[in-house]
Write a protein that binds this ligand. Structure first.
Ligand code: FAD
Length: 188
């Protein structure tokens, strides 16, 4: 949870996923700031080196727990927690490697962190698939669920509407709710 402290604004706190990994020794967040800016995002843009922001956490349970085959599904800015998770796996390669599949739906064919993800996929047993339509996404989900169904774990992160629609799709295809974890971003 990151709070603006250098001035007083309404709604001064937002949750952000850390996009950095533990091994990188830096706390990094990644966000999108468009033309229509909230007071919060305007205040973020005012920050310069040496100024402070207040941080509290981490909170939530959006991390990989066991050795099950895992499907990560990112929509746009929802790549942030997965960048962190995969970077950590890349750095800790002496651990047992589980099978991880990342499905990444870009926005306007833009894929944040693409070069880094390609590097990670070369160096670990992670596969990364870039997609730009819902049909392609469903096909790739079906491939994974036909292999692993409820022996697999499913993680979804991105704008709230995308997360809900993918979660409904999975449950409609007999994936049990307890095997689905969601990080739904508000404000997109
Ligand atoms: C678990 C979790 C993890 C998250 N991780 C991330 C992350 O890694 N990266 C990330 O970017 N976000 C993340 N989010 C979402 C984040 O917390 C914000 O909700 C999001 O960034 C939008 O913030 P905002 O201040 O731009 O939008 P909000 O204040 O929610 O406003 C929504 C939209 O309304 C418009 N708007 C709002 N105020 C004004 C104004 N005064 N004038 C004109 N237009 C306005 C803007 O277009 C804005 O985008 C996460 C959320 C959750 C719950």
């Amino acid at each position: 949870m990151f709070s603006i402290t250098h001035k007083s604004i309404k709604n001064d706190t937002r949750p952000f996923s850390l996009s950095s990994a533990l091994t990188e020794n830096v706390v990094r967040i990644t966000t999108r700031i468009g033309k229509q800016q909230s007071e919060y995002k305007k205040s973020l843009l005012e920050l310069t080196q040496g100024m402070n922001i207040m941080m509290r956490g981490p909170v939530g349970s959006f991390y990989l727990k066991d050795e099950s085959p895992t499907l990560l599904i990112a929509g746009g800015i929802g790549i942030t927690p997965f960048r962190s998770i995969l970077k950590q796996i890349e750095e800790a390669r002496n651990e047992v490697e589980k099978q991880i599949y990342l499905l990444y739906m870009g926005e306007n064919k833009k894929f944040l962190f693409k070069d880094q993800l390609d590097e990670i996929s070369k160096r670990t047993s992670t596969s990364v698939t870039y997609l730009d339509s819902r049909e392609e996404l469903h096909q790739e989900i079906n491939k994974f669920s036909s292999l692993y169904m409820n022996n697999g774990k499913y993680y979804i992160a991105g704008p709230k509407s995308m997360v809900e629609s993918v979660s409904n799709y999975l449950q409609g295809n007999q994936v049990a709710k307890q095997n689905i974890k969601k990080d739904a971003f508000f404000g997109y």
